[in-house]
Design a protein around this ligand. Structure first.
Ligand code: ADP
Ligand code: MG
Length: 329
């Protein structure tokens, strides 16, 4: 029923930023090189994600909206987090909590669109679009006023969206991102051009766009490996580290994760240089066989835990200590 769908959907879509995360991850999965995100009213009135990815064929549009029908991750693949997405939940959930329109075009076919609102899915109709996909989500939570009331101010929700987009952009330096606020006259909130250089240079340039040139200029490159865990990224020189404004980011197999492990490992690595109130900024990427991590399958949280947290912590601490020593610290 529509009510049951709305309850299930609330698990996936906690707030506008979670909708943005799902839609941008889908665009990344679709091989997009350019992703545009327009929001209005903190994402409560409008979220529109435009990409130049592979598109969805007209006959597949209804499938994209049916629960579990189009999962990129099947049961056997649950540990494989190279592909984003929670098993075909996102689009059906978004269609249950807002008015959702998908407009898309695959090469060699005409563009088409489908709309779902209030649990009712329209027929597939012809549309105008050159290539890629545009997904428009309007009036998020309009049918669940209690949920809407639970959201924070437009400003706070917009900030959460910006954080999500920046975090995803850090992990994808070869994709162009542009986030605009279209509540009034369109205003670019964040933009990062696609990088073209080698991966470490591309990452440094992208981190400069996201965290600021000061971070990029005052950080050291990390690139090391231990027992199947590959660690890359950049960490601030002790001289750059700050008291407040903690900027510590960890990605596992390309997916942003929140884990206290990073805070502790950074503290240990910088122990000789920094007092407890100083926080080193870092953006670190661990890549490994998906079997070496546990994915919490709760849709909204996308948590990842290392099978062997000690190994991951040790890799980060020793990788950072060596890099700091090489840099003369
Ligand atoms: P999942 O990502 O887990 O497969 P979603 O509900 O997020 O589930 O998406 C359903 C399906 O719709 C995807 O598997 C994909 O085939 C298609 N899809 C969604 N967004 C896009 C997009 N931006 N470009 C191309 N295909 C898309
Ligand atoms: Mg998805």
């Amino acid at each position: 029923s529509a009510a049951v769908n709305r309850i299930a959907a609330g698990e996936v879509v906690e707030r506008p930023a979670s909708a943005v995360k799902e839609l941008v991850e889908n665009a990344i999965d679709a091989g997009a090189r350019r992703i545009g995100i327009d929001v209005s009213g903190g994402g409560k009135i409008l979220i529109r994600v435009t990409d130049d990815g592979c598109g969805i064929a007209p006959s597949d549009l209804p499938l994209a909206l049916s629960r579990h029908a189009t999962s990129k991750i099947d049961g056997s693949d649950l540990l494989n987090i190279h592909t984003f997405g929670f098993r075909g939940e996102a689009l059906p959930s978004l269609g249950a909590v807002g008015r959702l329109t998908i407009t898309s075009r695959v090469p060699g076919e005409a563009a088409a669109e489908i709309t779902v609102a209030g649990g009712e899915t329209s027929a597939v109709k012809p549309a105008a679009l050159n290539s890629g996909t545009v997904i428009t989500l309007r009036d998020l939570f309009y049918a669940t006023p209690a949920r809407l009331k639970f959201l924070r101010t437009d400003r706070a929700e917009a900030q959460a969206i910006t954080d999500v987009v920046k975090r995803l952009a850090m992990a994808e330096p070869f994709i162009r991102f542009e986030l605009r606020d279209v509540s009034g006259d369109p205003r670019t909130v964040f933009r990062a051009e696609a990088q073209t250089r080698d991966p470490m240079s591309a990452l440094r340039a992208r981190l400069s766009d996201v965290l600021g040139a000061e971070f990029a200029e005052n950080s050291i490159a990390i690139d090391t490996e231990r027992e199947g865990l590959h660690l890359t990224g950049y960490a601030a020189l002790p001289t750059y580290s700050r008291g407040a404004a903690v900027a510590q980011f960890l990605f596992v197999n390309g997916r942003p994760v929140k884990d206290k492990l990073l805070t502790g490992a950074l503290r240990a690595a910088y122990f000789d240089f920094l007092s407890r109130d100083r926080h080193p900024a870092a953006a670190l990427f661990v890549d490994c066989d998906p079997q070496l991590v546990d994915v919490n399958v709760h849709p909204a949280k996308s948590e990842v835990r290392f099978r062997d947290p000690g190994l991951a912590r040790g890799l980060i601490v020793s990788g950072l200590r060596h890099a700091l020593a090489d840099a003369g610290h």
